[in-house]
Design a protein around this ligand. Sequence first.
Ligand code: WT7
Length: 659
Amino acid sequence: MSEASLPFNEKYSPSIAKVSSGEKRKQIWEESIKNPQEFWAEKAKAIDWFKAPTKVLDDSNPPFFKWFPDGELNICYNALDRHVKTARKNKLAYIWEGEMGEVKTYTYYQLYREVNKLAKALKDLGVKRGDRVAVFLPVIPELPITLLATTRIGGVHTVVFSGFSAEALADRVNDCGAKVLVTADGSFRRGKAVGIKDNADRASSLMTNIEKVLVVKRTGQPVQMKEGRDIWYHDALTAAGANAYVEPESMKSTDPLFILYTSGTTGKPKGVQHGIGGYLVWAYWTLKWAFDPTDEDIYWCVADIGWITGHTYNVYAPLSLGITAFLFEGTPDYPGQDRWWQMIENHGISILYGTPTAVRMFMKFGEALPLKHDLSTLRILGSVGEAINPEAWKWYYRVIGKERLPIIDTWWQTETGGFMISPAPGIELTPLKPGSATLPLPGVNIDIFDETGKPVPAQNKGYLVIKSPWPGMLQTVWKDPERFKLTYFGRWPGIYVTGDYAIRDQDGYFWLLGRADEVLKVAGHRIGTVELESALVSHPAVSEAAVMGKEDVVKGEVPVAFVVLRSGFTASDELRAELIKHVRTTIGPIATPDAVIIVNKLPKTRSGKIMRRLLKAVLTGAPLGDTSTIEDEGSIDDIKAAYAELQYQLAAVAAKKTQ
Ligand code: WT7
């Protein structure tokens, strides 16, 4: 997003909601920052504790903060048991729709029964407190059931997004040392059964700890079941018994809840570790503040449970609040480009938490599709994953929201556990500005620093930082506390560095301006350029690679790779296609480069560092600026020529398609 084009002064007031100045919000925020202990002690009462905490925060060993350190609880108990004891028992917890249009529902009671059966099955497989359970599943009901069953018995889950490759799966499973893997035979995509178990099988020779694999039958396609290791999920449940009940383990608030891998600036993804008590308090309150859900709502967060958004806002937050959530297995444009609108109409969905990439895709499909459907049940719209550009925001507001509904743009990260900056109709809705996530939520002590660590004046770009701990924050990087310290707190003592650029305007509203580090956001998915580069150089033809993000009208950003070949290899369309495929199979389809540009040399400084700024300038057509430190001027001309050649080829392909 270009900073110059941000509409700092454009304000919107959706007609459905009362919009006011923000005095109340400001007062609550100030209170939370001034007296965090009192503030969070009060908020923690929304949770059912087996042993109520007497202390809010142990900050004796920063940055390893401990929230509600002497509290004890079980998160599955908070998501299920406490509702099952009330009239909520027979309320729907989930409405699930599969890719092929089939619908399944679970009341809180039914979900509780399923979770107990699986908890017993996992126990029978030997899963104990603290053991890691790896999960490689599509969005089917068994996915949240597995998370809840694992946490019921004190296990720690690691979900690997089902679109990741075998290698990516094995890396993550090995790093966390899981001994049980829960997967499925396959999943449906665009009407076809696609394999998942086969990927897990390919990973299995690389996975060192896995002793047992539970396999959900989703598609019924043939799979290989390894004797002594692989067990059908339904057989395990039958063995557990129809009336299985497992006592929820009383866990320490500070015990780990899950590990979720995310990309950073080095090749190896980080195992972001979240704890139980602080995370749950954060999940509960942030959903309440930002989406203000009620008993009448049908709430739909479109994220896959393989990402943090799905963990927090498809599982722990909605269930602990006792609301009804909708889950969808499939693709937004199958069988028709109005699939979302059809489902909203069919199920009467009232809260839609979507993404900028989806909104931009629907803009391309045209207004006629949503207009064909009854979307009158909607009352709140959300957005997450990347900044929503003002144009997409306005389309969402006008076409889907009919200028009635607030757009809740939520800024946060895997590491923050839940929303950090967002409008908060659950407290008080302030005027909206298209493209701004608005204001920090209570407890979020946020600022924008310059290079030297000084706060920048309003309207100036800088590094977004967080100056005090908050309950939802990550506890550490799994098995790597040094990396945790260095990555997040290494630049300025006591200051959490988010890795994002931001501006604060004259009204105190925050505008997110993308990553300040070498991390890409492709359709909202986080991918490190270094990961892509290591995937490329693992191919025998590649000696060097540099990956950059290039602007894209739908995905926001797509990876473009510049590569230098080893001697003996020559550039060809086949080789370019093969390298693209190689990245897909090494990491997964979300990492697919938009283009591979083969060059003779990469521009480097005299000290040998690749000049990314120059590559970026070539991609965007921006002036190259100072090239005096460059080692070999020729490399820039070479890259420009290769890029022009590629543009020419792409245009030729496009011209052929339209003929
Ligand atoms: C990064 C975190 C947040 C859960 C899903 C992604 C970008 C996320 C927004 C937003 C501007 C956003 C940031 C952030 N981001 N939401 N509303 N506005 N940028 O989690 O994969 O950990 O990515 O996503 O760059 O640092 P993640």
